[in-house]
Design a protein around this ligand. Structure first.
Ligand code: PMP
Length: 365
C-alpha cells in the first residue's frame, strides 16, 4: 500500500524564494574573476590562518559555547560590554535568532525595499510578514519605514551602510528613528560594511545601542576580516535580548576554528588597515572610470560599487557580457534593482580587468 500523503512543510515555507548566493563558476573558464559576494579582496590575515591551523588540534573538542576569548577580544577592540554580545554563525544567524525570538505568526518586520535578504527569509520562516518601505533614491527613508510600522511590528531592520545600494543613514536619522519607534519594537542596525567607511556623515550606532533597551547593532567577520567561509558574526544587544536569545541559541553555534581565527584577525591591525585602504583607494577610481564610460554610478560606501544601467535588459546583457569575459559580478534583480549590477572591489589586477571588460561593453551600447 502506498501512502500518498507526504510530509508537508508548514504554511508559507515553500513560498519563500531561496537565497541565491553569488555565482563562483563560469562554464569553460578555469579561473574566473569572482566579484560577486563582497568578499575581502585581500583574503584573510595570515595570523588568522595560523590560528585556524592551531584549531586543528582541537577539532575533537566542542567549541566554547560562550565564546569567552572572542567575547573578550571583541569587547576590547570595539570598547563594548562583553555581556552584551551574542555570537552567531555569521551575522545572518543573529538575524535569524532575533526573528525566532520575537516574531509570531502574523507579526511583521519592516525594512527598506532594497534591504538585505537574510532579514526577510528567516522572518517568513516564522510566518511573519515582511513590509518593505520605499527607498527614494535607493536610500532608506526613516519616514517611509515609520509609515509602515503598526501594532504587529516587532523588528525594524536597517543595514548601514546598505548592501547593495551603498547608501547610508546619518546618526541623527537613526536617533530620530529610535525616538519615534515604540520602545517595544526592536531596531536592528546591521553594520556589516562599517570598516570600509570614510564618510563624515556616517557613524557607528554602538553609542545609540548602548543607551537603549531596544537597539541592536550587528557586525561580521566576513567582510573586513575576510573570514566569510568560517561563518562568524555578532550582535551587540540589550542584556534582556541576550537572555532571551540564549534560551534558543544552539549551544555551539559559533564553531571552534572560527572563534580561534576571529580572535587572531582582530589582532592583525595591519591586515585590517590594508583591507580598508584597498577599498578606499579603489572606490573613487572605479567610480570615476565607470562614470567616464557613460554609466550611472553614484557615491556609495562598502567594498562594492553599484552600476545602474538603462534598464533591466541592458543590465542582464552587461552581466552576460562580463561572464563571457571571465568576470562574475552580481545582478541584483532580487533586491528590487533589476537595472543594476553590483561589483565587489577586488585585487588591483581584478579591478583593472573589470574596467577593461566594462569598457568593451560600453563600446557596444
Ligand atoms: N549584512 C549585510 C548587509 C550583508 O551584505 C551581509 C553579507 N552579504 C551580511 C550581513 C551577512 O554577513 P555574514 O557573513 O556575517 O552572515
Amino acid at each position: 500500500m502506498t501512502n500518498k500523503i507526504a510530509p508537508a512543510p508548514k504554511a508559507g515555507i515553500l513560498d519563500i524564494a531561496p537565497y541565491v548566493g553569488g555565482k563562483s563558476k563560469i562554464d569553460g573558464v578555469a579561473e574566473p574573476i569572482k566579484l560577486s559576494s563582497n568578499e575581502n579582496a585581500l583574503g584573510c590575515s595570515a595570523r588568522a590562518i595560523e590560528a585556524y591551523e592551531k584549531a586543528k588540534e582541537k577539532l575533537f573538542r566542542y567549541p566554547d559555547g560562550h565564546a569567552a576569548p572572542l567575547r573578550a577580544a571583541v569587547a576590547q577592540y570595539h570598547g563594548l560590554e562583553p555581556e552584551r554580545l551574542v555570537f552567531g554563525n555569521g551575522s545572518d544567524e543573529v538575524f535569524a535568532l532575533l526573528n525566532q525570538v520575537y516574531l509570531e505568526a502574523g507579526d511583521n518586520i519592516v525594512t527598506g525595499e532594497h534591504g538585505f535578504l537574510a532579514y526577510r527569509i528567516s522572518a517568513l520562516a516564522c510566518q511573519a510578514e515582511v513590509k518593505l518601505a520605499e527607498e527614494p533614491d535607493q536610500r532608506v527613508s526613516i519616514d517611509a519605514l515609520l509609515d509602515l510600522v503598526d501594532d504587529r511590528t516587532k523588528i525594524v531592520y536597517i543595514s548601514n551602510p546598505a548592501n547593495p545600494t551603498g547608501t547610508w543613514n546619518t546618526p541623527e536619522e537613526l536617533a530620530d528613528l529610535r525616538a519615534r519607534l515604540a520602545p517595544s519594537i526592536l531596531l536592528v542596525i546591521d553594520e556589516a560594511y562599517a570598516e570600509f567607511v570614510d564618510e563624515p556623515t556616517w557613524a557607528t550606532a554602538f553609542p545609540l545601542a548602548r543607551g537603549a533597551d531596544n537597539v541592536i547593532v550587528t557586525r561580521t567577520f566576513s567582510k573586513i576580516h575576510g573570514l566569510a567561509g568560517l561563518r562568524i558574526g555578532f550582535g551587540y544587544c540589550p542584556v534582556d535580548v541576550i537572555a532571551a536569545i540564549d534560551r534558543i541559541r544552539l549551544p555551539f553555534n559559533a564553531n571552534l576554528p572560527a572563534q580561534f581565527a576571529a580572535v587572531a584577525a582582530l589582532e592583525d591591525t595591519v591586515h585590517i588597515e590594508a583591507s580598508r585602504q584597498q577599498i578606499l583607494n579603489w572606490h573613487p577610481r572605479l567610480r570615476q572610470a565607470i562614470a567616464g564610460m557613460g554609466f550611472d554610478i553614484r557615491k556609495g560606501i562598502g567594498n562594492f560599487v553599484l552600476i545602474y544601467f538603462r534598464d533591466a535588459e541592458e543590465a542582464a546583457r552587461a552581466n552576460e557580457f562580463l561572464m563571457s569575459q571571465g568576470l562574475i559580478v552580481r545582478h541584483v534583480a532580487n533586491y528590487g534593482l533589476p537595472q543594476a549590477l553590483r561589483i565587489t572591489i577586488g585585487k588591483d589586477a581584478e579591478n583593472e580587468a573589470f574596467l577593461e571588460a566594462l569598457s568593451r561593453f560600453a563600446a557596444t551600447r
